[in-house]
Ligand binder design. Structure first.
Ligand SMILES: NC(=O)c1ccc[n+]([C@@H]2O[C@H](COP(=O)([O-])OP(=O)(O)OC[C@H]3O[C@@H](n4cnc5c(N)ncnc54)[C@H](O)[C@@H]3O)[C@@H](O)[C@H]2O)c1
Length: 333
């Protein structure tokens, strides 16, 4: 298969590109390198292009024709929740505008298979009984412009499926962590594991935002998914698009098991050897107590499930720390 991967130079995209190439698919990457790194795609062809600019449709049609593309994995997006609240129109231009351009190019070129990177941020702070698993057909009420842009893109796929036969799969990623290769670690510090590792390597202690949630140890519970398992789900989604004729589907991608902030920090201590003694801060507005995926749908339809546990995620994130972020200022004693 010849696959166009947008955002293939980024953290998750680079893992997807490697797995696709390992199994023999042909790949072309489109990325504006706003946060991605060209070296991450290896020797796969890379077209530097901002999907949100007005002539992106024509450029994408050229890429599709030049590389005989027959399926698209659309990972490129801006993903910072706080920034999206500060610059909502720019986030809509980037994420929704970019996706609209991509779909216009696909429609014009007759490419009908699309896998879209969605997010658990589409669920927002759900009004469900404590401990409930998130189901794809349950309520979606994102609380940030970022989450809204992801939901709008899901709707765009559904509408294109009705209008011109697009066959779309949206994968709602939960909390992505770890690294499949040490040089492909998460370079940012937006998620708990890289935030805590960053603090510890600078000689600081992590902060737990709220320890009075209705959970077993009082700290928030999230579903952490290893980036390699997540990348593997993209391959399963492509295969599904090849064999199934359902026009539009959304799947959670998680493990189905939650870990609390305290449990993650304890694992970080075990994996790194740092003496982790977190301080307790106030709750942050908008943080749900628990956000864990129901993964039965993706298991049933795609035959996919996660294989890596929290220890594997933290171990691999730590092995990737120095290659990705540089030498720690403070090493574990
Ligand atoms: N990392 C997570 O925990 C997480 C969770 C849920 C969903 N997601 C989604 O997964 C996707 C990838 O996330 P990531 O963590 O790999 O982030 P990332 O920033 O490493 O990757 C995004 C890639 O897209 C490129 N890009 C951004 N805007 C672009 C544009 N307008 N045109 C072309 N290229 C553009 C960037 O240069 C980068 O290479 C995003 O869609 C994000 O919303 C990530």
């Amino acid at each position: 298969m010849s696959v166009l991967v947008t955002g293939g130079a980024g953290y998750i995209g680079s893992h997807v590109v490697r797995l696709l190439r390992q199994r023999g698919d042909t790949v072309v990457v489109v990325d504006d390198l706003s946060s991605g790194v060209a070296a991450n795609v290896g020797d796969a062809p890379l077209v530097q292009l901002d999907l949100s600019v007005s002539d992106a449709v024509d450029s994408l049609r050229t890429v599709i024709a030049d590389h005989g593309v027959d399926a698209v994995i659309h990972i490129a997006a801006k993903k910072q929740v706080g920034e999206s609240a500060a610059r909502p129109a720019w986030y809509y231009t980037q994420n929704v505008g970019g996706t609209a351009h991509l779909m216009l190019a696909m429609e014009a070129a007759g490419v009908r298979k699309l896998m879209f990177s969605s997010s658990a941020a589409t669920y927002g702070n759900p009004d469900v009984p404590p401990g409930s698993l998130m189901r794809e057909n349950g309520p979606s009420s994102p609380i940030s412009p970022y989450g809204e842009t992801k939901l709008v893109c899901e709707w765009m796929m559904r509408d294109a499926a009705r209008a011109w036969g697009l066959r779309g799969v949206g994968l709602r990623y939960f909390n992505v962590a770890g690294a499949g290769w040490p040089e492909l670690g998460d370079p940012t510090r937006f998620n708990l594991i890289p935030i805590a590792l960053g603090q510890l390597t600078e000689g600081k202690q992590p902060v737990i935002f709220g320890s009075d949630y209705p959970t077993q140890d009082g700290t928030c519970i999230r579903d952490y998914i290893h980036v390699l398992d997540l990348a593997d789900a993209h391959l399963a989604a492509l295969d599904y698009l090849d064999r199934d004729d359902r026009p539009y589907d959304i799947f959670n991608v998680g493990t189905g098991t939650g870990s609390s902030v305290s449990e993650v920090l304890e694992q970080i201590g075990r994996s790194t050897g740092y003496d982790v003694r977190p301080t307790i801060g106030d709750r942050r507005p908008g943080d749900p107590a628990t956000l864990v995926a129901d993964v039965s749908r993706i298991a049933d339809a795609l035959g996919w499930r996660a294989h890596h546990d929290l220890a594997a995620m933290v171990d691999s994130a730590w092995q990737a720390w120095e290659p990705t972020h540089g030498a720690p200022a403070v090493r574990p004693s």
